[in-house]
Design a protein around this ligand. Sequence first.
Ligand SMILES: [Zn+2]
Length: 244
Amino acid sequence: MLDQSELIRYNRQLKIPDFGEEGQRKLKDSHAIIIGMGGLGCASATYLTAAGVGHITIVDSDTVELSDLNRQILYWHEDIGEKKVTVAQKKLSKLNPLVQITPLFTKVTEENVLSIIDGAQVVVDGLDNSATRLVVNSACIKQKIPYIYGGVSRLRGMLTTIIPGQTPCLACFHPEGAGGLGVLGVTPAIIANLQALEAIKLLIGHSPALAGKLLLFNGDDMKFQVHEIRRNESCPVCSPTLPR
Ligand SMILES: [Zn+2]
């Protein structure tokens, strides 16, 4: 049941056909995990919190630095030196006290990834390196948890929704990580908000639009392109789980 304050808080989205109170209740009963609370994670966490996802776990092992502030919008000048997950938890809880925010100050490794994602309905990528992404990808395939990949560089970004047992996985196509090339703050915001939209649709039982498809955004010419992703038939991560 939604109480009076929830009916008011979520009024604008409750009016959307096929969303309604049932969709809102599903969101409220959901647990999403955001791994990496940088530019991508700050934006997806903000919108998933505002939308009313009941429980959000945020995972990061960094502290706030001055050079983060051009894009990691949950962190302000006064937060420099603080743990990102602690700052994010405080601000997200102020945005929407109805959402349970669990901060995890840890690096994701092969050893801890399964326990971190356990019990989640969706994992949202906020990472900045492909090694950790592949660790998360494998764990999500193993635990059958949808994984929404997002990556950015300069004015470009991409995302896809990986549904274990149905779509290709990240190890099938290895998106090239382009770290160190710089990034404009709006780029992760654009990609992360599309990730949040995919996550919300998944959580309320709608079909994610980017299952098996890679969306490419190019901010230089404002073009969005969507390509089918081919499955690698001999992918060591997902091929045993996919129908032939
Ligand atoms: Zn694969």
